[in-house]
Every structure is written in structure tokens, then in C-alpha cells.
Design a protein around this ligand. Structure first.
Ligand code: BTN
Length: 273
């Protein structure tokens, strides 16, 4: 029996109740005519799409309001955190940037966690698996990084970049990454349409930002804590080693080092596998 899922364009073939084959029957595209009809919320308007660009972080003009989004299929100079590159073969990933307003009284570094939560929820919906957030900005499945977040702010305005690995095969992923990478495809072998995932992600981001504005990180604390990848792990940060206690209510990482509780405001964390 073939059950066509019209929204995703996927055909799922079931054999004795189990999914045996999934085929993509319509082209996977992030073009406006495919994405815009799926949108329900405020985020994603305007929707600026380029097939190829340097970096989506550079496509959003200063006069665009919160919720404006830039998307492309391939970046020639995709940027990661700490001056690293971010690469993905054409048409395999979700590469997007969103204009955000940092609400009064909220701290800019919290934004990576707010966004991480939104991405984690969208990935959970797509995969049906538990997804975790590795402080401050990595989204993890099965101890591998499926998405990264780059928050660049100036005053109250931020441009939030999200790179989510969707259909890359193992050999398409960077071999020398600091944190072992994965895509949704390498996780469960399903080829997916990116448009519905992007739309869901923008909706989750809108909800998370609203909550952040109204209640601060406190309003998201439970959801973040439940997905805290570093909690209880042996980690190294800024030359110190210890055990992750968890993300605190101000968005810092609490670490136990030699029996003392220390707070990390920013930095790179490595963990023992
Ligand atoms: C990280 O280092 O983990 C952050 C990666 C962020 C990559 C995304 S892809 C879309 C946007 N445009 C960029 O150039 N970078 C971000």
C-alpha cells in the first residue's frame, strides 16, 4: 500500500504495517512558491530566497523587521562560530538567517539557547527522536551535531543564522568537524523535503521568542533543562575539566570543577564521548 503524504511530497510504502520504502515524488525546494503557502505565523515574512549566496547572514538589510528570513540552497562562504566555515552541498541542508529583536531586559547570549530550543523541537517533530542542546549553540542527536546556530547582534537587533543538516549523506558531512556531525538522513535513512521542516522551525522560533520576551529564559527553562546535553558529562572548557551541572536560569553553563561550582559565560566545550 502506498500512502502519499501530500504536504511533504513523500510516499511511504508500508509492508505488514512497517515502513519499507520512502520515496520523494516531487522536487525538494525552498523556493518561495513552495515555502510561502505553508507558512502560518509572522516569522518568514518577508521571505528572501537566493539559489546561491555568500552567506545568508549578509542578505538581510538593516531596515527589515523581526521575522524577516533569508534562505539559500548553497552558500559560497557560509560562516560558523569562532570564525569557522559552515559547508553543505547544494540543496541538502536548511541554511537560513532570521532578523530578531532582543527584548528589553533580555541578554543577547541567551538567544542561541532560545533558538537552539526551537531547532531542537523542529528536529524532534521531523525525526520522532529525542534531541538535545549542547550549550551554547549545538543541536545534537545521538551525540552528533545536526544543527548549529550563529547569533550576531548589534544593539537590540540580531541576525540569527541556522544551519540544519537534512539530506547529507555521511560522505557529504565535514570530516574534520570539532563535534562529530550528522544529518537527519544519516540518523534514520529518510530523505526529506526541507520546506515543511523550515516552516515548522520558523513557527517554533516565533513561539520560543514570544515566551522569551514575556517570561525570560525562565519560561523556557524546563524545556531547555530536559534537553541539556552537557548535564552530568565530563567536559573541558577554557582549559579546565569538570562535570557539567547544567544550563542555569541566566543561560550560563554551571560546571563542577574540583568540587567547586563554576559558571561559564561563553566558550567552547568539548566532551568525552
Ligand atoms: C556553528 O558554528 O555551529 C554555527 C553555524 C551556523 C551556520 C548557518 S548556515 C545559515 C547562516 N549563514 C551562515 O553563513 N551561517 C549560518
Amino acid at each position: 500500500m502506498t500512502i502519499p503524504l501530500v504536504r511533504t511530497g513523500l510516499n511511504v510504502e508500508r509492508l505488514h504495517g512497517a515502513i519499507s520504502l520512502v520515496t520523494v515524488s516531487t522536487p525538494d525546494s525552498l523556493a518561495p512558491e513552495v515555502v510561502e503557502p505553508l507558512m502560518a505565523g509572522r516569522f518568514g515574512r518577508p521571505y528572501l530566497y537566493e539559489e546561491s549566496c555568500d552567506s545568508t547572514q549578509q542578505l538581510l538589510r538593516d531596515d527589515l523587521a523581526e521575522g524577516a528570513v533569508a534562505v539559500c540552497d548553497v552558500q559560497t562562504h557560509g560562516r560558523g562560530r569562532q570564525g569557522r566555515d559552515w559547508e553543505a552541498p547544494p540543496g541538502t541542508a536548511i541554511l537560513c538567517s532570521v532578523v530578531l529583536q532582543i527584548p528589553p531586559g533580555r541578554r543577547a547570549p541567551e538567544l542561541s539557547l532560545v533558538a537552539g530550543l526551537a531547532v531542537a523541537e523542529a528536529v524532534e517533530h521531523a525525526l520522532g527522536l529525542a534531541v538535545q542542546i549542547k550549550w551554547p549553540n549545538d543541536v545534537m542527536v545521538n551525540r552528533r551535531k545536526v544543527a548549529g546556530i550563529l547569533a550576531e547582534s548589534s544593539g537590540e537587533r540580531a541576525v540569527l543564522g541556522i544551519g540544519l543538516n537534512v539530506n547529507q549523506k555521511r560522505e557529504d558531512l565535514p570530516q574534520d568537524a570539532r563535534v562529530a556531525p550528522a544529518s537527519l538522513y544519516t540518523t534514520d535513512g529518510v530523505v526529506r523535503h526541507r520546506a515543511p521542516i523550515l516552516v515548522d522551525l520558523l513557527q517554533e522560533l516565533e513561539h520560543a521568542c514570544k515566551r522569551w520576551r514575556e517570561e525570560g529564559l525562565d519560561g523556557l527553562y524546563h524545556s531547555l533543562g530536559a534537553r541539556d546535553f552537557l548535564r552530568g558529562r565530563r567536559i573541558a572548557v577554557d582549559g579546565r575539566t569538570g562535570t557539567g551541572i547544567g544550563i542555569d536560569r541566566e543561560g550560563r553553563l554551571a560546571v563542577e570543577v574540583d568540587g567547586r561550582r563554576e559558571l561559564v559565560e561563553n566558550g567552547e566545550v568539548s566532551f568525552e564521548r
